[in-house]
Design a protein around this ligand. Structure first.
Ligand code: ADP
Ligand code: MG
Length: 707
């Protein structure tokens, strides 16, 4: 096979002038750089504007580099041996500056003659009271002609390390090497990866140009154009690969066909639905209907803020399955949640003539045998439970739909297990999450799931009032709690427990509980306590007491975070709120505001907060919108750390930024979709380049192909 010319980029860095074996070892160790291509992919993290010149008069020893234009008036070599140095005097008409070199003395001495015009770049220092620049970057200005481009444009700054710097590979050394590589490249070396029609449509510059300009732009416009092009490429490659996978899956993966809306769906809709569905709920149900009609397996993520009414949507979906002769199941992450769902749903279903049953690890012996038998026989229409549902001994008669509530507690692995429960074809899967993921991130992480969003709360909800307080106002806080309890309301008090084993946190919780017992004496007040160290039965019992209104205050760790519904609880107190992440705070707050009463969330913090913590508190106090909060969270923390998304942190973006490039991402996805709709296999000649993108599947390196 002919080696393409681009393969010279795959040469080790030792091929480059100035990089010997020891420097190349160091580059590998410190930055993982092996080839020239790796070097080129090591984009600068910022640029210094070298289109502007300063003056000696206005420059100070403030640590910032300055660019000066002027004349060297005289130079001389002083000292001998190790003390040998070259000093020179430089003036730009506003003042004079001493220059000094300790290395390369004779080389530089040869370059400069008195009266020579130069451009200098470096940091000023004061030496014996005189403005001095040591080892400036210097370029000689030829008479009249403009000097090489590097001097003017924006100068790249590369990240370096102590070790690299000590071997001459500081920002300047790295710049020199990359400059060297760039100067030898042509369009043939960095080939275009995007079709012309896309470049034209989006007004993107070519790939070679983008690589040159991301390193050595002449001005901000070039830098912007380069960034835009590369960010688009990155996100487009990511999206196209996912979309391609998804459409390939859809072409292959047959699913059950729910082609009718029948009696059960109608009965429920007309008789059992206690309220008008929101527009968002209707839309999502429609999306599910059109998915399940196609004969292709549905994999849909339904995201909606806490209280947005996901449960009803899932019930309607299950009825659709039943109307078409299938069973459905619903899986929740905890026994408490599963029980709640069961209690709520089973009555409604029974009234329209359907049978729902509960199953968890705690359903044992004869009872379990009975459930399993009825399930296999098809006498049970809906099975609701915990992850016991995915055990091998659970066998369905004809499972058509699986609903998974609060998805981030379930791994992909567990989901896959469910697939095997319905014979030849996998059941449709609907995953529900109350952790809103910013659209941009969702598109990236769940690019191969379809996403429905319930972006509307049922009418008449009173937004939770959120305030911040601290220990000094403990007395006032307790009085407030007493007045709410006097109105018949219930209170959550949540303590942070980052790791269930953290002794200090547990002691903190215990202390808080005991203080409360002093302030809220029995028998007038009943206080329950729940944490991960309790036995499951005890935990359930405490929860149940609270759900049934037998306790006024529930002290707990974040075990109550997910999904629990106690409409009568109207106050959420979060202790050490600064220790929680935004989305967790929002989840906790979602436990209140479920009834008709005005609800409150009170964030108790320390006196001194970090800037980020203060920002989090401000956001919490200013909005109830989970999507806004998720966006803010993304800005503060970065995509890798958003709760519930950690398992997919293998996406490495070099140029694009999830928090800022949402628009580019959306464009990338839209275009990807359009292209695949027209040409699902990407076999049209104009899409030849795109075919290459989806075939080369190095997920972590989106800009990785040379061409
Ligand atoms: P989540 O999305 O957090 O799971 P739920 O499904 O538990 O929310 O719904 C929260 C509450 O809102 C429930 O009490 C439910 O009955 C009620 N609800 C759901 N949809 C509507 C609606 N369209 N109008 C009024 N109340 C609704
Ligand atoms: Mg729910």
């Amino acid at each position: 096979m002919l080696r393409s010319s681009s393969s010279k980029l795959l040469n080790p860095v030792t091929y480059i002038k100035g990089v010997g074996p020891s420097r190349s070892d160091l580059l590998l160790k410190e930055k993982g750089i092996k080839s020239q291509w790796d070097m080129l992919l090591d984009f600068p993290f910022r640029h210094i504007d070298r289109t502007r010149f300063g003056t000696i008069k206005e420059s100070a020893d403030d640590g910032f580099p300055v660019q000066l234009k002027g004349v060297i008036t005289h130079a001389k070599i002083a000292g001998t041996g190790r003390g040998k140095r070259l000093t020179a005097n430089f003036t730009d008409g506003t003042g004079s500056l001493s220059l000094v070199w300790f290395q390369g003395v004779s080389r530089i001495d040869k370059m400069i003659t008195p009266g020579i015009k130069v451009i200098l770049f470096g940091k000023l220092s004061l030496y014996n009271g005189k403005k001095t620049m040591a080892h400036p970057e210097m370029e000689i200005v030829e008479d009249g002609a403009l000097p090489p481009s590097q001097r003017t444009g924006l100068q790249p700054v590369y990240s370096t390390t102590e070790k690299l710097s000590s071997r001459g590979l500081d920002a300047r050394g790295l710049r020199r090497i990359i400059k060297n590589i760039c100067s030898q490249l042509t369009e043939r070396d960095i080939r275009e990866t995007l079709p012309k029609y896309l470049l034209n449509k989006l007004k993107l510059i070519g790939r070679y140009q983008a690589f040159m300009w991301i390193h050595f732009p002449q001005n901000q416009e070039q830098l912007k154009a380069a960034r835009k092009r590369l960010a688009f490429e990155e996100l487009f490659v990511l999206q196209l690969r996912m979309l391609f996978r998804m459409s390939a899956r859809k072409m292959q993966l047959k699913g059950f066909k729910f082609d009718q809306v029948g009696q059960y769906f109608h009965d429920y809709f007309s008789k059992e639905l206690p309220f008008e569905l929101t527009r968002a709920q209707k839309r999502v149900i429609k999306e599910i209907r059109s998915d399940t009609r196609t004969g292709i397996q549905m994999n849909r993520l339904v995201q909606g803020d806490v209280g947005s009414g996901k449960t009803i949507v899932s019930v309607m979906a299950m009825l659709l399955a039943i109307d078409n002769g299938f069973q459905a199941c619903m899986m929740a992450p905890t026994e408490i949640l599963a029980t709640q769902h069961y209690l709520k749903i089973s009555d409604q279903l029974e009234r329209i003539g359907l049978k729902a049953t509960f199953l968890s690890g705690n359903v044992k012996g004869k009872k379990r045998k009975e459930v399993l038998e009825n399930l296999r026989e098809g006498n049970i229409h809906v099975l609701i439970g915990t992850h016991a549902l995915i055990e091998d001994w659970v066998v369905f008669h004809k499972l058509g739909l699986v609903v998974i509530d609060e998805q981030h507690r379930f791994g992909v692995h567990q989901r896959a297990k469910l697939w095997k429960k319905s014979g030849n074809l996998p059941p449709h899967v609907m995953v529900m999450t109350a952790t809103p993921i910013p659209r941009t991130l969702a598109m990236t992480l769940y690019g191969d799931l379809d996403i429905s969003t319930i972006d509307e709360l049922p009418p008449g909800r009173k937004p939770v009032k959120t305030t911040r307080t601290n220990d000094r106002y403990r007395g006032r806080l307790n009085n407030f709690l007493k007045s709410e309890i006097a109105k018949g309301r219930q209170v959550y008090i949540v303590y942070p427990l980052i790791e269930e084993s953290s002794k200090l946190d547990l002691a903190n919780l215990q202390q808080g509980y005991e203080d409360l017992l002093g302030q809220f004496p029995r028998p007038q007040y009943q206080i329950g306590i729940v944490h991960g160290k309790l036995k499951a039965e005890d935990k359930d019992m405490e929860m149940r007491k609270f759900v049934e209104g037998r306790t006024n205050i529930l002290v707990s760790t974040t075990v109550i975070e997910v999904g629990v519904n106690v409409p009568n609880a109207s106050v959420m107190v979060i202790e050490n709120a600064e220790r929680f992440g935004l989305s967790q705070l929002h989840q906790l707050r979602g436990r209140v505001g479920r009834g008709a009463d005005q609800s409150h969330c009170i964030l108790v913090t320390g006196y001194k907060l970090t800037k980020v913590a203060r920002k989090r508190m401000e956001i919490m106090c200013s909005t109830n919108d989970g999507f806004v909060i998720a966006e803010e969270d993304l800005k503060i923390r970065g995509p890798g750390e958003i709760e519930g998304t950690r398992q997919s942190g293998d996406i490495e973006l070099k140029v694009a930024n999830m928090a800022q490039d949402g628009l580019i991402l959306q464009t990338a996805r839209k275009l990807g979709k359009k292209i695949l709709e027209k040409d699902p296999t990407l076999s049209h000649p104009v899409n030849e380049l795109l075919k290459k993108i989806v075939e080369s599947d190095s997920a972590s390196r989106l800009l990785g192909r040379i061409g």
